[in-house]
Design a protein around this ligand. Structure first.
Ligand code: RNT
Ligand code: ZN
Length: 420
């Protein structure tokens, strides 16, 4: 894409009252956080993990080249980052990705920041940010499907200690990088079949979360988020941490609320929730994802739900208290490409949101001109987003569309294919 294509695109946007330069500036300054677990099929490095399916996270596919160590995962992420046009990339770590002594597994309730010093050194050297999650699945004490809401106080305490320890890791990551590590709590707790008691586990979860969050930590280092879900594999009839549960929790405790796009009824609009929640919560953590039938974790597309969410974030002026994370794992395609495709689509959707003819839409709506509003929305769909996107790639020194895949294919041949 030549520079003059961008110039004419900028003029075309200007005619609609849109400042393409401003959109490029904001897009370049916005951080996006990629799921480390896309690189190794949610495996982690504990060596002795329980079954992943116990947490309802089913990874499918057998594409060769899964990262088997922190070194491989870091190398893969670096390769992905070279073709993602962002200087504000973050990697979202899970507790199970600590670098532990190989001879004995570390008890998750005794997790320490030092288990993540390799990640911190690497992130600092490469200019990446880090986010964090306690891992409340794939563990013998999560095998019966309950963690923080478990009826056994000893098991509950173990997970409280793990979550509290994870917050301290988050705080250490945040202090090291000078920006908060968003530390997100998701639990798989729920039942396959109709429970008799829906209330008890939820009451226990409130108390457990309060205990896990008790220690006052500097919000400049760590910000807590909580993530609800509609159902999971093996928790089809009841999920303790439902959306309503965490809405109430996040509002009453002033925590960030995590909205995962795969965690709602398929016809429910997550975009519509943004302006309903923002007046009441300090901020929102997005888990951009794509639900397909029973799976909530397909690669992010430049699709209507993704665009609508970011449109709402931009329209509402909420960007400064929205954290954009991606959450998916697909083992049926090249895992590095999966990161790249989801990240590029996220940035494209963000850019599209920043390029919407917001002033004209608002003006027409305020004048009661529903016809003009619809016409404007539809005409905006064929504005030259591609030329502005190409300019974003150029400024970030990343390849444009149609030019990045060959680099990943070379990496696949030279590195991934040799992992057996
Ligand atoms: C699971 C949640 C959660 C996980 C990650 C691995 O349904 O979406 O965010 O995907 O913590
Ligand atoms: Zn999620």
């Amino acid at each position: 894409m030549s520079h003059s294509n961008y110039d004419s695109a900028r003029a075309e946007y200007a005619e609609r009252g849109v400042d393409a330069e401003a959109a490029l500036r904001v897009a370049a300054a916005t951080a996006i956080s990629l799921p480390c677990w896309q690189g190794d099929d949610v495996g982690g490095f504990e060596g002795v993990a329980g079954s992943l399916a116990e947490g309802g996270l089913q990874v499918t596919g057998s594409h060769p080249g899964r990262a088997r160590s922190a070194a491989e995962l870091r190398s893969d992420f670096e390769q992905a980052s070279r073709v993602i046009p962002s200087r504000r990339l973050r990697l979202n770590l899970h507790a199970m990705y600590g670098e532990f002594p190989t001879d004995r597994p570390v008890d998750r309730s005794r997790l320490l920041p030092s288990h993540f010093s390799g990640w911190m050194d690497w992130a600092r050297a490469r200019g990446f940010g880090l986010d964090f999650n306690p891992t409340l699945f794939a563990h013998p004490l999560a095998a019966d499907g309950f963690t923080l809401s478990h009826r056994d106080p000893k098991i509950r305490q173990f997970w409280i200690d793990h979550t509290a320890a994870s917050r301290r890791v988050g705080a250490a990551l945040g202090a090291a990088q000078g920006s908060p590590a968003i530390t997100n709590v998701w639990i798989p707790d729920g039942c396959k079949d109709t429970p008799a008691d829906r209330k008890g586990p939820r009451e226990r979860l409130i108390t457990a979360l309060d205990e896990a969050f008790r220690e006052a930590l500097d919000p400049a280092g760590v910000r807590d988020a909580v993530e609800g879900k509609l159902f999971g594999l093996g928790s089809e009839s009841y999920v303790v941490g439902s959306h309503e549960f965490y809405c109430g929790y996040a509002i009453s405790r002033q925590k960030l609320l995590c909205l995962d796009l795969g965690h709602f009824h398929p016809t429910e609009s997550v975009a519509d929730k943004i302006s309903s929640l923002m007046p009441f919560v300090p901020g929102v953590l997005l888990h951009l994802s794509r639900g397909v039938r029973w799976d909530s974790d397909h690669v992010v597309l430049l699709d209507d739900p993704t665009r609508a969410v970011l449109d709402e974030v931009v329209r509402g002026g909420y960007l400064d208290r929205t954290w954009i994370g991606l959450d998916y794992f697909d083992a049926s395609i090249n895992r590095v490409a999966a990161w790249v495709i989801g990240a590029r689509n996220t940035l494209k959707a963000l850019l599209a949101a920043l390029l919407q003819p917001a002033e004209e839409l608002k003006r027409r709506e305020e004048a009661g001109d529903a016809t003009g509003r619809l016409a404007c929305l539809e005409d905006a769909k064929t504005l030259p987003l591609g030329a502005v996107w190409a300019e974003l790639c150029r400024r970030a020194e990343a390849p444009g569309d149609g030019r990045w895949l060959s680099e990943i294919e070379t990496y696949e041949r030279q590195v991934l294919a040799k992992r057996r």
